[in-house]
Design a protein around this ligand. Structure first.
Ligand SMILES: *Cc1c(COP(=O)(O)O)cnc(C)c1O
Length: 381
């Protein structure tokens, strides 16, 4: 495609966003350099207040990254050795890693073919398995909002309530999305997110946040984030971590949050264009009724994936595979229990998912080039 040859097609175009923001980021960083409050400076509290407004959550606790957010959430709920935490196997490693880090046991559950999100029937089976084995206490479920779309929190919440499980939402990819008219940050007992640069709302380094309406949990999270501090930081009342967000990253996020709603609209517009150009010939992603997505990824399914990737690469179109191996198949996680009904959907998805370039600054010519390359690659099979 001519366009692919002329402009380099970016998988995520952070420079286009930087051009739009002009000098605002440099100025925001400059202000932090001037006041010198690099740790828990004023921008951190300001960001937390803005994120609370944006999400509708009562309490927002920023932190060092999305993985630390998950660990903090588990620690705030006192989850540890002897506890089973149900997690989808088709997700990024952090979701299960945080569970293992606190000494609890991740139990892998399958996902749904259409939304890539947690399958409650598989969850119910895994809960029954743990009860039958009677060696672990079913404590929590981590629902992952894969590729930007919230999981089915109504169905998951109903099963969790019945089984006495706490619900944690891993919204690393979905901050800004909604479920049944409610915003991400209010859908679970504790919601976590990540501000890794390539996430829908990203900083220029590592960052994350937690959202909750529970004041007691919020207090525990604030303590855990700073080494389990009590009334002051040299009075430690629990074992915590060094989990703070840098002030410079908070200052950057404040600027990016200003344009985030507009960027979410652009992501949705880009997703519609992909859908229009591809849906006749390729399995395109669907958004469940009642949900909105922030399109962290636009993920299609293709046969003969490695050939398709190679052909698209030759046409100058970058792609990515999230995720090539479900967690239960990975060396570090193969030892943990899985739902006895199997994880067949996750295994199938891992063989044929393919994510296309997605960001708010895709123009129609670029999308035409991407889709032409994909269609040519698929038709060649
Ligand atoms: C990115 C991601 C995380 C981890 O976030 P970091 O900020 O990189 O630690 C956790 N869960 C999911 C689903 C993610 O996509």
């Amino acid at each position: 495609m001519a366009d692919a040859a002329v402009h380099r097609i970016e998988f995520v175009d952070l420079q286009a966003q930087r051009r739009r923001l002009g000098t605002r980021i440099d100025e925001a960083i400059g202000r932090v350099l001037d006041h010198g409050g690099f740790i828990m400076g004023p921008e951190v509290a300001e960001l937390e207040a803005r994120l609370a407004d944006f999400s509708g959550a009562e309490h927002v606790i920023s932190c060092s990254n999305g993985t630390a957010a998950l660990e903090l959430a588990l620690r705030a709920l006192d989850i540890g050795p002897g506890d089973a935490v149900f997690v989808p196997t088709f997700t990024f490693a952090s979701t299960a890693e945080a569970v293992a880090l606190v000494g609890a046991t991740p139990v892998f559950v399958d996902v749904l073919e259409d939304t890539f999100n947690l399958d409650v029937r598989s969850l119910e089976r895994a809960i029954a398995d743990v009860r039958t084995a009677d060696s672990l206490h079913p404590a929590a479920v981590i629902a992952v909002d894969l590729f930007g779309q919230p999981a089915d929190y109504d169905a998951i919440g109903a099963v969790a309530d019945g089984a006495g499980l706490a619900v944690i939402g891993d919204a690393a990819q979905s901050f800004g999305a909604t479920w049944a008219g409610r915003r991400v940050g209010t859908l679970a007992r504790i919601t976590t997110t990540s501000f890794f640069p390539a996430k829908p709302l990203g900083c220029y380094g590592d960052g994350g946040a937690l959202f909750t309406d529970d004041e007691d949990i919020a207090g525990r999270l604030r303590s855990l984030r700073v080494h389990g501090k009590g009334a002051d930081k040299y009075d430690n009342v629990r074992i915590g971590i060094n989990g703070r967000l840098d002030t410079i990253q908070a200052a950057i996020l404040l600027e990016k949050l200003e344009i985030f709603s507009d960027e979410i609209e652009s992501r949705n517009a880009a997703a519609s264009v992909y859908g229009r150009l591809l849906a006749q010939n390729v399995t395109t992603p669907i958004v469940a009724s009642g949900a909105t997505s922030v399109w962290a990824q636009y993920t299609v399914r293709v046969p003969h994936r490695s050939e398709v990737i190679e052909r698209m690469r030759s046409a100058g179109v970058p792609t990515a595979v999230y995720y090539p191996l479900p967690l239960h198949r990975q060396t570090a996680y193969a030892q943990f229990p899985t739902a006895s009904s199997g994880l067949a959907t996750s295994e199938r998805l891992a063989t044929d998912v393919l994510s296309l370039p997605m960001h708010p600054y895709l123009d129609e010519a670029t999308q035409a080039a991407v889709t032409a390359a994909l269609l040519a690659a698929v038709m060649d099979e």
